[in-house]
Design a protein around this ligand. Structure first.
Ligand code: NAD
Length: 329
């Protein structure tokens, strides 16, 4: 099947070419992001393959439909960047990769927690400059601390299990509490108790109208002074200016982000020779107790392998007129 493959990175080619040896789709790799200005690149391609940085709003979907595209194959689990109502109304098939490696994201979450706590980012730079002083690098034992996991689906449940292994008390909040988490000793509590009782808070819900800015100024004010907040879910789960206020006042002790509300303009590209125009993001980078990674939590060999295989299988199912089970509706 002819596929217009948007937002191609070198790593995509490596894994998709490998997975395509047996599936034999006609993949046209495009570096461009899918935006209203680039929809014409998909003209007469029945399938558009899209990443989290691509724009799949009303206008883009309408343009794709009118130029012959009938399937959107997402190379992601999250689909908050898609106007699902419009896609459905037009008649698109939209597939995603619901689970590629929840371990990849969970392990990256733990990496952020440990980096921030033990200040590895600062220690690394210091030692390379011959500064072997320890002042300013003091951490805390995770054992006995309270961690609050918001969203205990595939990723959150693994994070909870790892934190339990560290000897943390794990609290959780989810609209659909999981029996697996309960069985391992996770205590489900209302969201406000996550805020008030946790030393470390980590977010693992999808981005929906209910979860947008779930961490806001009011929530932050309820949190323990010195709290650590980790977000590897989606940028808009947190109100970033409110986080900055919390960091400036010292109420937030540590912040680890793998996602950012306006990341489409920044992430997945080398901007090291440019001046960052996003003042909110630039301010975040000034804090010594903030670590930002550029949406790399999913980025393991195992995850990329699974993403390429599942995406191409979803396209094969569409070509053969059957359902893969990974369609959004
Ligand atoms: P999942 O569907 O398995 O779990 C999500 C959990 O959130 C579910 O248990 C659900 O009940 C809960 N939830 C939904 N709405 C809620 C609400 N309003 N309040 C409380 N809980 C709510 O998803 P997953 O595979 O664990 O992934 C979670 C999110 O992680 C994804 O939606 C995606 O946005 C993000 N993600 C990030 C990366 C990355 O590279 N940073 C990679 C993959 C996924």
């Amino acid at each position: 099947m002819r596929v217009a493959f948007f937002s191609t990175h070198a790593f995509d080619r490596e894994f998709f070419d490998q997975a395509n040896v047996t599936r034999r789709h006609d993949l046209h790799y495009l570096e461009a992001r899918l935006t209203p200005a680039t929809t014409t690149l998909a003209r007469d391609f029945p399938v558009a393959c899209a990443f989290v940085s691509d724009q799949l709003d009303r206008d883009v979907l309408a343009a794709l439909w009118s130029s012959g595209t009938r399937m959107i194959a997402l190379r992601s689990a999250g689909f908050n960047h898609v106007d699902v109502g419009q896609a459905r109304e037009l008649g698109f098939t939209v597939s995603r990769v619901p689970a590629y490696s929840p371990h990849a994201v969970a392990e990256h979450t733990i990496a952020l927690i440990l980096t921030l706590n033990r200040k590895i980012h600062r220690a690394y730079a210091r030692v390379r400059e011959g500064n072997f002083a320890l002042d300013g690098l003091l951490g805390f034992d995770l054992v006995g601390r309270t961690a609050g996991v918001v969203g205990t689906g595939k990723i959150g449940a693994i994070v909870a299990r790892i934190l339990m292994a560290f000897g943390c008390r794990v609290l959780a909040y989810d609209i659909a509490p999981g029996s697996e988490c309960r069985a391992m000793g996770v205590e489900y509590v209302p969201l406000d108790e996550i805020w008030t009782r946790s030393d470390v808070i980590t977010l693992h819900t999808p981005l929906t109208t209910d979860t947008r800015h779930m961490v806001d100024a009011r929530g932050i004010a309820r949190m323990k002074p010195g709290v650590m907040i980790i977000n590897t879910g989606r940028g808009a789960l947190v109100d970033t200016p409110a986080l900055i206020d919390g960091l400036k006042s010292g109420h937030i002790g540590y912040l680890g982000l793998d996602v950012y509300e306006e990341e489409e303009q920044l992430f997945f590209q080398d901007l090291s020779s440019h001046v960052i125009q996003d003042d909110v993001f630039a301010r975040l980078l000034m804090f010594p107790n903030v670590v930002v990674t550029a949406h790399q939590a999913f980025f393991t060999r195992e995850a990329l392998h699974a993403i390429s295989e599942t995406t191409l299988d979803n396209i094969s199912a569409f070509e053969q007129g059957r359902r893969s089970g990974n369609e959004l509706y």
